[in-house]
Write a protein of this length. Structure first.
Lengths: 215, 215, 215, 215
DNA sequence: CATGAATGAGAATTCATTCAT
DNA sequence: CATGAATGAATTCTCATTCAT
């Protein structure tokens, strides 16, 4: 499908000067605002520049095209959220089941908290999905999940590990995304998150014995 | 977000003559082709008309706007697939667990079979999602699922039934869609489908006792 | 200005058959409706035909183009109104001043009664104004006015008669049209009509002595 | 009638650089040319841009739509002419009757001088008439006329002043417009102007005693 | 660094009109 | 007579992007 001409996602220069940083930040903020409030169809280079109060030519000084800006934003949020998850997962004091529960809940919460923005990002990201940069981003998430699975489920064949990682990843993310697209929220959302984690815990025999802290 | 102006999805005239039917068909085929092969961003009225070999004005004689054409296609496939599911579900000979398994498998297969097209349709449908026509389509699917749940899980409170219907619906569709977006296929896809159905069966205690045929 | 390509205003055939008459009538009615309710910018051949419930090709069977239809309508109303005026003017029992007063009042009333339609017709008629057919229509009105002037003001040079006819004609019609464009109505409209007639009567010394009936 | 969608008449950016000013000027000139020589039906954004030798996208960089351009032109001429009238009216040395005569004559001359353009503007302005901007323009003219009336006719009730202002305004402008639409010119035009002013002077008892200059 | 200005290409939609049946 | 179908040519407006200053 959609042999969307592959675009260069690498920022042109990431301005070191003070002025430059301010400009980039203004652009990113404006873009985020537009995606969230006006939706992906209003996410155009000109509108972003105007909202940011910078000249359109400046936009193209920092981003080779609007997809690069989009990627920049996607990457920022990913990096931020990945950080959160990592912390979560590394809390070895809790047992794996507890950690799975809080992982799922956290995922749901993150999605729900910025439903508009995240939905817009997802829709807009269609044009970006098969770039190597985007895939690399996804891979980073997978690695994290894999580590967690290993620890929670114990040793298993490489193939199984692969499968399980992918399965659980897809299961949680796809559900969370879709349900927040539908603007599920509040009690129902929590009930869904709980049910989903229990299903996973049961299916994969994720244990309730807390890992010992590494000395 | 994205207050997509609501558009009229009702076809303009229905074409009684042979020639008209051919034209509409050409348009629909061209649209399907473009969505599948070129992706949603190439899905424009002009391109569709050109590919179909009809004048753009003819396009607008049959569809008030391109969203109406999109909806026409979405509805066709839905109607078609819904029919399949209904059959599947109505096969009372099998026990509910079996039927759940085949429901999930079927869903996965349908998605996988036309991954490109279906992904494109999903992306393009963003512009259509909050029309009453589209919602009506979705509602039809929900009703079917609900009936199945009642039968498989036995009586339950209205609230629970609601929740379960939504949960299982989201679970299966979101997973199937996302995994075919990733072009999972073959053995892995089947393994995923199986695992997903087993999870659902276990979680919801879907029975293995065949319903008695109604006399 | 506006070298608006001169168009043929002659109806193609004025169908003698029953069916034909009904068709033409439907078209005319639909056109009138559209001009009045939707305004001149909605006055298109296709819309008229659709509203009339006849095929667009039928439209072109009776009118060579939409201007011809427009002219047909304009002419109808003119003929109708001209008839009224003629009656009015011919009522020799009243004195000329009275007749002038009632002429003006009548003109204002006609305009006001169908303000929407008449305004639309005026705007649409721009495309038609410099056809000989349209001019002929106007000329007919001028002749009538001239006759009235002769009688009311007594004999005068051809040049003066010409000038006066034109002057009074313009004065009354332009004022009436413009004030109804502004949707003046009710008491104010009547006051305007009265004031206008008094001005004319005074300026042109239009007498108060009733003409004797021709024996 | 004609619920003409209300459009934004505010110019987009004002162009500080020399180049921009030249562009805007080219657009305005081209528009004026087209309106005058080709008529309102040729007044399209594309044709204007083409005639101006600028890209259509540039057109839309300076005007949000063609109505805004139209309004820009209308406003320019109004501002210009209003200035003239104000001067005229403020010449307190002459007595009111004289000033009325010259007011009417001036009005007729202005209309006649650019008959083609002004007729085209009037026709095109139909789409603009019920915007607040356009009304504000008209209101400015009314204020001026009212001041003049007060001075020429002396004190009167608010209602009468209102009525008289409106009446005289309509009378003069509608007549002048219509007669130049008919391309009356030269001696006949002057004769009409004179006759019209005499009628007004007589009807409204506009005095011949010069106002004393304010000390 | 930043801005003002410009533009090729294309999207959505409409209109008057014709032709074959 | 009437209709179903079709279309060339416009029209309005937007978008991503570049270039000169």
């Amino acid at each position: 499908m959609a042999v969307a001409r592959k675009r260069n996602l690498v920022p042109k220069k990431l301005g070191k000067q003070q002025r430059a940083k301010a400009t980039v930040e203004a652009i990113v903020e404006a873009a985020t605002y537009i995606l969230e409030k006006k939706g992906p169809s209003s996410f155009t280079a000109n509108k972003v520049a105007e909202k940011a109060g910078v000249n359109i030519a400046s936009f193209y000084q920092y981003f080779p095209n609007k997809e690069a800006l989009l990627f920049h934003i996607v990457k920022s949020t990913w990096d931020h959220n990945l950080g959160k998850f990592e912390q979560n997962i590394k809390l070895r004091v809790e047992n794996p089941a507890q950690r799975m529960r809080s992982l799922v809940r956290e995922f749901f919460m993150i999605e729900a908290a910025e439903a508009d923005l995240r939905q817009a990002l997802r829709i807009a990201s269609v044009d970006i999905k098969d770039t190597k940069e985007y895939r690399a981003l996804m891979a980073a998430g997978a690695v994290m999940m894999r580590d967690f699975i290993v620890e929670a489920m114990g040793p298993q064949s490489a193939a199984d590990l692969d499968f399980n990682t992918r399965f659980i990843g897809l299961l949680i993310t796809s559900f969370a995304e879709r349900t927040t697209d539908e603007r599920t929220s509040g009690a129902e959302l929590i009930r869904q998150a709980n049910m989903l984690s229990e299903m996973v815990i049961a299916q994969f025999g994720i244990g309730t014995k807390a890992n010992k802290r590494r000395p």
